[in-house]
Ligand binder design. Structure first.
Ligand SMILES: NC(=O)c1ccc[n+]([C@@H]2O[C@H](COP(=O)([O-])OP(=O)(O)OC[C@H]3O[C@@H](n4cnc5c(N)ncnc54)[C@H](OP(=O)(O)O)[C@@H]3O)[C@@H](O)[C@H]2O)c1
Length: 137
């Protein structure tokens, strides 16, 4: 399936390493979908990248800790006809708590964000990604 308009989906693409990855992709002419917590940073990063690199950028504000977040992102892409050919599972939370003293909620957040969300996103997007010819520009 060549010459189809495609998008790179980057979680946590509003700041930090995710934003750096977004700029790297945009610099190669790749269109983007940035999914991160719904705040002003997401819109600001999108505008900055659109103006600087002249690529298409969609944003989706979402808390990836929420159980239905992966399905919501996938449905958003389907609804808007956005074909994802690359998924960058960047969003995550680090931490330095001593495990045996750490709160249950602290661990739950990391399991949902650092593990569950990216496994399910990969599961949801991989069937359509496998149908595409992809090589990094
Ligand atoms: N920096 C390092 O030295 C380092 C080292 C090893 C691994 N990593 C990993 O690399 C990734 C990026 O690190 P970073 O330093 O760039 O982190 P960061 O500056 O904290 O950025 C994290 C990104 O993830 C988003 N995010 C956080 N919680 C979220 C949630 N619940 N739902 C949706 N999006 C969420 C943030 O969105 P908002 O901007 O809206 O908050 C932000 O865009 C993380 O997975 C981190 O664990 C980083």
């Amino acid at each position: 399936m060549k010459n189809k308009e495609t998008y790179t989906l980057i979680t946590g693409g509003s700041g930090g390493l995710g934003k750096a990855l977004a700029e790297e992709c945009a610099g190669r002419g790749m269109n983007l979908i940035l999914a991160a917590l719904p705040d002003k940073e997401l819109a600001r990063t999108s505008e900055y990248i659109k103006n600087k690199y002249k690529v298409k950028v969609w944003i989706y504000g979402v808390d990836l800790v929420q159980r239905d977040a992966p399905e919501k992102i996938h449905a958003f892409c389907e609804h808007n006809g956005l074909t994802v050919n690359m998924l960058i599972n960047n969003a995550g939370a680090s931490g330095h708590a001593v495990f045996e003293k750490s709160a249950i909620a602290y661990n739950e957040l990391r399991i949902h964000l650092n593990l569950r969300a990216l496994v399910l996103l990969t599961r949801l997007f991989i069937p359509s990604m496998k149908k595409l010819d992809f090589c990094l520009p």
